[in-house]
Design a protein around this ligand. Structure first.
Ligand code: NAD
Length: 378
């Protein structure tokens, strides 16, 4: 059977869904692997690297031969036309709010898997694309903030005087936020952090940062069984805003990462809070693609406000460290695909009763099969 790895169509997507290591392993499983020419260049992987690992280099039209397509982004309509019916397509499908695209995948007859729906259970940790990519995004957010900030982050005691340490506040401490804390600490900043989940408190402390949050009854119940945050009440949001407003005014750098699955990102930093910050301060909004945590953040732009505060809204932040991001992403996909291969026959054998398959399968046999999209009309 054949696996195809295309060059991503979106020009802002430098990542690729395979690495030389995973190509080697996929051929080891018995697959023919075709990688589209130049697919890895944005991640510093050459065609020669892929051929050395055992892949053939192909063209866009080779998608038609594939039993499995490994991608970063959801296939476009043009890409769907190129796939054979019944092909398994594994990618970050970003299906929420994109019903028409989900319907199009069903209509194309592909078996589409949405990697971001992978359950967060021990067995699937190695397949967790949200974690692998958010971890790098959290790191890069601090690097981007440091690059925009025109002062030093660490305290420096020099013969010519002392430079104070920068104050960095991380809002939302899931995977990205925790890595942002660690990175800012490594650069010598004084770090504080907030979240609505009680479990975050201890994690923040263990990284040497100070935790700040409204710890009322609602906070104590804010974590869902899946480990995610709930959307908080208006009352909680108001209390949270009062607490954080005073704190934000004293910060040099604020990095926001707060998300709620399937919902718009919570607004955590108002325009008034931004205006309260000192000129030269920097905000990085990692949630900008999901509506943003910071009022005034513009997707894909670095905005400077009237009072000289920069709001960084880079898109695809893990893609800014593409060479690292692709290696981890490719490994996540390989680990998932491996569970769907019959080692004896060396054929794809999807077990539709497996919990990983059930959680991630969006479309199959011409139908939308994921319960979250049951009302999508094909
Ligand atoms: P996420 O990207 O969905 O959200 C980022 C953070 O924003 C979360 O910590 C969330 O609590 C926080 N947040 C949401 N609303 C907020 C608000 N109004 N104010 C402040 N913060 C807010 O989260 P994530 O990084 O995907 O992590 C979610 C959970 O999953 C965490 O508990 C994490 O430890 C857990 N996790 C488990 C595994 C595993 O067991 N395999 C792997 C990765 C993550």
């Amino acid at each position: 059977q054949t696996i195809f790895i295309p060059k991503e169509i979106d020009p802002s997507e430098p990542r690729v869904a395979a690495s030389p290591e995973t190509v080697k392993r996929l051929t080891g499983l018995g697959f023919d692997v075709i990688v589209e020419a130049a697919a890895g260049l944005g991640s510093r992987i050459t065609d020669a690297d892929f051929t050395t690992a055992g892949a053939k280099i192909g063209k866009t039209a080779d998608a038609a031969k594939a039993d499995v397509v490994l991608k970063v982004r959801r296939p476009t309509d043009a890409e769907l036309k190129g796939y054979k019916s019944g092909a398994a397509v594994i990618a970050i499908m970003d299906p929420y709010g994109n019903d028409a695209a989900v319907a199009a995948m069903a209509k194309a007859g592909i078996t589409a898997f949405s990697m971001e729906f992978m359950p967060r259970i021990t067995r699937a940790q190695v397949m967790d694309v949200l974690s692998s990519q958010a971890n790098l995004a959290g790191y890069q957010a601090v690097i981007d903030a440091a690059a925009e900030y025109d002062r030093a982050l660490p305290m420096m005691m020099t013969a010519a005087g002392t430079v104070p340490a920068a104050k960095v506040f991380i809002m939302g401490v899931g995977v990205a936020g925790l890595q942002a804390i660690a990175t800012a600490r490594r650069l010598g900043a004084v770090v504080t952090a907030t979240d609505v989940r009680p479990a975050a408190k201890e994690q923040v402390a263990s990284l040497g940062a100070k935790f700040l949050a409204v710890e009322d009854e609602e906070f104590k119940a804010a974590e869902t069984a899946g480990g995610y945050a709930k959307e908080m009440s208006k009352e909680y949001q108001a209390k949270q805003a009062t607490l954080t407003a005073e704190h934000i005014a004293k910060q040099d750098i604020v990095i926001t990462t707060a998300l709620i699955p399937g919902r718009p990102a919570p607004k955590l930093v108002s325009a008034a809070m931004v205006a309260s910050m000192k000129p030269g301060s920097v905000l990085v909004d990692l949630a900008v693609e999901r509506g943003g945590n910071v009022e005034g953040a513009v997707p894909g732009k670095v905005v400077t406000t009237d009072n000289g505060v920069k709001i960084v809204g880079h898109l695809n932040v893990s893609g800014r460290v593409a060479a690292s991001a692709s290696l981890l992403y490719a490994k996540n996909l390989y680990a998932f695909l491996e569970t769907m291969v019959d080692k004896g026959t060396k054929q794809l054998a999807i077990n539709r009763e497996d919990e990983l398959v059930k959680a991630t399968m969006l479309t199959d046999g011409g139908k939308v099969v994921h319960p979250a999209f049951a009302n999508v009309v094909v």
